[in-house]
Structure formats: structure tokens, C-alpha cells
Design a protein around this ligand. Sequence first.
Ligand code: FES
Ligand code: FES
Length: 158
Amino acid sequence: VTLSPYRLRVDGQEHRVVDGRLGDSLLRVLRDRLGVTAVKEGCATGDCGTCAVLVDGTLVNGCLVLAAAAAGREVTTASGLSHDGGATDVQRAFAEAGAVQCGFCAPGLVLAAHELLTRTPAPGDAQIREALSGNRCACAGFERVVEAVRRVAAGRSS
Ligand code: FES
Ligand code: FES
């Protein structure tokens, strides 16, 4: 089924999706139609978290969400978290803690960490692990990621 043209707002930019199909995932439309390569594709089955984006501030896996369901909402990728074009404190902490190696998982992990710290400014380790449990990283090791989130929480409270 081909849909009527609809609008997607991604990182503050308006896009118009023409000839979209009903079953198109948000991941497919972002990457293939709109060229938003900040969103990575891993498993495409909801298991790795590399395709994570925020839709109106809620963390979702782009491969599991229909693109048309995000029409008229605010989609945010890891590239859109910073309002001044620089790195956010979360992105800096990931780099400083050595939590980014190949970087493939980083956008999804950064978004998951950002979302956690927005709703829970001082998370405990169990909350950090729970919040990041949907994201896989094959390189850096999870401890470094947890350490990065601890650093951000400590930095924001000091
Ligand atoms: S690509 Fe979406 S969860 Fe893996
Ligand atoms: S840094 Fe390579 S998968 Fe996480």
C-alpha cells in the first residue's frame, strides 16, 4: 500500500516522504529515503539497539517502528542531541571512558544513555544496566559504557 505524502521532522529538519509504503520501518525511511546515516542498521529485528532513535523523546528501535507512525512527531538521532553542533556530555564521556571503539553501537547507546539520564538524573548501576540492556556492543565491553554513564551523572550533579 502506497501512502499519501507525509512529513517527518528529523533533528529539527522537515522532510517530506513521497511514495512511502505502509510497512516501511522508520529505520528504512531514515536511511534509504532521507539519507540519515546517523542511524545504524544492525540486526533489523529489534535485538541490538543500533537503530535507536527518540520519537518525541521516547527511545524506540527504528527497525520496529513504522515510519508513518512517526509522521508529525519529532525524531531525534544521536547527531541531533547537541544543539550547538558540538559533542554532548554523554558523547564526551563515552569517548573518555573508552566506550567507543568501532563506533557502530555508539549512536544507539548514546541515545539510550541520554534518555535514561533525562528521566533519572542519578541512576544506580542496576538502572544503568537495565536502561542499556537493549543495546549490544561487540567491542568496548559493557563496563566502559556503564562507567561513561556514571561519569555523566556525577558531572551533572557537581
Ligand atoms: S537494527 Fe534495530 S534493533 Fe537491531
Ligand atoms: S564499539 Fe564496536 S560494537 Fe560497540
